[in-house]
Design a protein around this ligand. Structure first.
Ligand code: ATP
Ligand code: MG
Length: 575
C-alpha cells in the first residue's frame, strides 16, 4: 500500500504528472484546433464526493492551466436513478470548489444525433440488430483467451437491421429483447471489442426527455460522441475505462469517416481519452451506489451528512474548498491504484484552518472551578488573540469571574508526574488570564468531583508569573456566568475498519462505527454566540469547528467538529 501521508510534508513533486506532460507536449507541438477543451461528465444519479473532486480539479485545472475551456456535462444517458435534484447539487458543489464551467450541457440533448449516427453505422455495415438475450450474447462473447462465437445475426443485411432498429425506436419490442451491436471483431483479445452493444431497449422515463425514448445508448457509444460534438480534445477519466479506450477510438474513427468531427480554426478536432487512478480513501466508501444505500437506509442523515465523503458533507463538516484543492494537489495524478489515508485529508484541512480560523474558548465536558479569592460579583476582561497566524485578526476581550468551567479531563486528583494540568496543590495557567492553584475539591455522594476550588495569583494577569516561576500546564476555560450552553457534534470515522469493502463475505454496513457521532452540550465563550452558519473556528486545544448550516439559528449556533487539532491516532497511521 502506498501511504500518501508521506506527502504530507509537501516533499514529493506532484506537479509534473503525466496528464499535464501529455497536454503540454501537444500544445507545444501545435494542438489541432489550437485550444485545449476538457469536460467533467458526472452522471446526475448522486451527489459529488471527494473522488469527484479529484476529477474536477484535473478536468477544470488542466483547462485553466492551458488557457482552454472545460464543459460541465451531465452524462445522463442512463435514465434510471437520474434526477434534476442531483443536477442542482452537482452545480453547487463545483462552484463551491472554486470552478466555473465554460458550457453547461446535457448528454441527453444529443440523443437524436446519437441515434442518427447509429443508423449510419447500420447502413455502412458497422452495426447490426441482434436478437440474442443478454445472457446469450455474454456467453457467445466468451473469454479473452479464446475467440468468441459470432451471433447468428451478425450478417443480417443492413436494410433489415435498419428496419428493425426503427421499429425498436418506435416501441415495437419489449425491453431487453433486441439490441444494436457494433460489428467489430469477435476474436479480439479485448472483450470490449467483441461486437459491443450500442443500444438497448429500456422503458424507463428520462428526467428530461420523458417518454420520448425507449431506446438508450450505452456509455461506450455515447461518451465519444458527446466528446466529439463538443470538440473535446482531452477526455480524462478513471482507469477502469482504459480497456474501453480502443472502442472509444473506434467510435471516433467512424465519426471521422462520416465527417462528423467538428473543426476548430479550420482543423479537425479528434478527441482522445487518457486515464488516471481513482481516489479511494480509508475508513469510508466512495461509490455512489453505496452512498445512496447509506442515505436511503438512514444510516446517515442525507447526502450532506458531515460524516460522508460527499463534498456537501465535507462542507457541512467545516472543510474549506482550499483544503480540498490542496489535498487533490498533494495526492497527485498517476496510474497507480492506491488507498489514500484519511489522515492526509485531515492534515490538509488543519493546515488551512490553522491559517484562516479565529480562535475561541469553549469547554466540551465542563466541571466547575471556584476562584475563592475573586469577588463574588466581580468580573475582569482579558485580551485574547484571535489568530496568532494572522496579524490582521487582532484580539478580543474575554470575561473572567469567580466561577469558571474547565475541561473535566484537565483535572486529576491523583496525577502522575507526567500530568501537567490541574491537580490538588498544583498551579496551571488559565489561558490568557492568570495562574491558578487548586486547593480543594468538592465531591458528590458517588465520589465524583463536582467542584474544584482554589486561588488565583492576582499578580499574574495575562498568565505570566511576576517572579518568573515556571508553570508548565496551560488549560482553557470559560467564565460560568458569561458562558452559554451550545450543542456540539463530535464526529469520528464512519467505519471502524480502513477498508469496509475488503471482506466480500461481509456486508459493508456491518462495519459502520456506532460512535461516528456524539453530541455534547458545551459551554462557550460569549463571542461564539454570534457565529453565523458555516463560520469556522478553532476551539483552543480542542480542534476546528464549524457552525452547522442546517441546525444553527441566529444567536444559537450548533457546532460540528471538523477535525481535532492533532491526529491522536498518528502512531496508528504511521505504524
Ligand atoms: P461512482 O463510482 O461513485 O458511482 P462514477 O464514475 O459512476 O462514480 P460519475 O458521475 O460517472 O461517477 O463520475 C464523473 C467523473 O468523475 C468520471 O469521469 C469519473 O471517472 C470521475 N470519478 C468518479 N469517481 C472518482 C474517484 N473516486 N476518483 C477520481 N475520479 C472519479
Ligand atoms: Mg460513471
Amino acid at each position: 500500500m502506498i501511504t500518501d501521508t508521506d506527502n504530507a510534508g509537501g516533499g514529493s513533486d506532484t506537479s509534473r504528472h503525466f496528464l499535464r506532460q501529455w497536454i503540454a507536449d501537444e500544445v507545444a507541438a501545435g494542438l489541432p484546433g489550437g485550444q485545449v477543451v476538457t469536460r467533467f461528465p458526472p452522471e446526475p444519479n448522486g451527489w459529488l464526493h471527494i473522488g469527484h473532486a479529484k476529477a474536477v480539479c484535473i478536468d477544470f485545472g488542466m483547462a485553466r492551466e492551458f488557457g482552454g475551456v472545460c464543459n460541465l456535462r451531465m452524462d445522463d444517458t442512463n435514465p434510471s436513478k437520474e434526477s434534476d435534484d442531483y443536477v442542482q447539487a452537482i452545480q453547487a458543489d463545483i462552484r463551491w470548489l472554486g470552478f466555473e464551467w465554460d458550457r453547461f450541457v446535457y448528454a441527453s440533448d444529443y440523443f437524436e444525433s446519437m441515434y442518427a449516427m447509429a443508423e449510419e453505422l447500420i447502413r455502412r455495415g458497422h452495426a447490426y440488430v441482434c436478437d440474442l438475450t443478454q445472457e446469450q450474447w455474454k456467453a457467445y462473447r466468451g473469454v479473452p483467451t479464446q475467440p468468441g462465437t459470432p451471433s447468428p445475426c451478425r450478417d443480417r443485411n443492413p436494410d433489415e437491421s435498419l428496419a428493425l432498429f426503427r421499429r425498436m425506436r418506435a416501441g415495437a419490442f419489449a425491453d431487453a429483447t433486441l439490441c444494436l451491436r457494433a460489428k467489430i471483431d469477435m476474436a479480439s483479445p479485448n472483450i470490449h471489442f467483441r461486437d459491443p452493444v450500442l443500444y438497448r431497449i429500456m422503458r424507463v422515463a428520462h428526467y428530461r426527455s420523458g417518454d420520448a425514448w425507449c431506446l438508450y445508448p450505452m456509455y461506450d457509444f455515447a461518451h465519444p460522441i458527446e466528446d466529439a460534438i463538443e470538440g473535446v480534445t482531452h477526455s480524462l477519466c478513471t482507469l477502469e475505462f482504459e480497456v474501453h479506450r480502443p472502442l472509444y477510438d473506434w467510435v471516433i474513427d467512424r465519426m471521422d469517416e462520416l465527417g462528423l468531427l467538428i473543426t476548430r480554426c479550420g482543423q479537425t478536432v479528434r478527441p482522445r481519452q487518457r486515464e488516471f487512478a481513482r481516489l479511494s480513501l480509508t475508513y469510508t466508501v466512495m461509490s455512489k451506489r453505496k452512498l445512496l444505500q447509506l442515505v436511503q437506509e438512514k444510516h446517515v442523515d442525507g447526502w450532506d451528512d458531515p460524516r460522508l465523503p460527499t463534498l456537501a458533507g465535507l462542507r457541512r463538516r467545516g472543510y474549506t474548498p482550499e483544503a480540498i484543492r490542496d489535498f487533490c494537489e498533494r495526492i497527485g495524478v498517476s496510474k497507480y491504484e492506491s488507498e489514500t489515508e484519511l489522515a492526509l485529508l485531515e492534515y490538509c484541512v488543519r493546515d488551512d484552518l490553522n491559517r484562516q480560523a479565529q480562535r475561541r474558548l469553549a469547554v466540551l465536558d465542563p466541571v466547575k472551578v471556584v476562584v475563592e479569592n475573586f469577588p463574588d460579583d466581580g468580573e475582569t476582561w482579558f485580551d485574547a488573540i484571535n489568530n496568532p497566524e494572522d496579524p490582521a485578526s487582532a484580539s478580543r476581550l474575554i470575561p473572567f469571574s469567580r466561577e469558571l468551567w474547565i475541561e473535566r479531563d484537565d483535572f486529576m486528583e491523583n496525577p502522575s508526574n507526567k500530568f501537567f494540568r490541574l491537580a490538588p496543590g498544583r498551579e496551571v495557567r488559565l489561558r490568557y488570564a492568570c495562574l491558578f492553584t487548586c486547593t480543594s475539591v468538592v465531591k458528590d455522594d458517588a465520589g465524583r468531583v463536582v467542584e474544584i476550588r482554589g486561588t488565583y495569583d492576582p499578580q499574574s494577569g495575562g498568565g505570566t508569573a511576576p517572579d518568573g516561576r515556571k508553570v508548565k500546564g496551560t488549560i482553557h476555560w470559560v467564565s460560568a456566568r458569561h458562558a452559554r450552553p451550545v450543542e456540539v457534534r463530535l464526529y469520528d470515522r464512519l467505519f471502524t475498519v480502513a477498508d469496509p469493502l475488503a471482506d466480500e463475505t461481509r456486508d459493508f454496513i456491518t462495519w459502520l462505527n456506532p460512535d461516528s457521532i456524539r453530541t455534547v452540550t458545551a459551554q462557550a465563550e460569549p463571542a461564539l454566540m454570534g457565529a453565523v452558519a458555516g463560520e469556522r473556528f478553532q476551539f483552543e486545544r480542542l480542534g476546528y469547528f464549524c457552525a452547522d448550516t442546517r441546525s444553527s439559528q441566529p444567536g444559537a449556533p450548533v457546532f460540528n467538529r471538523t477535525v481535532t487539532l492533532k491526529d491522536s491516532r498518528v502512531n496508528a497511521v504511521k505504524g
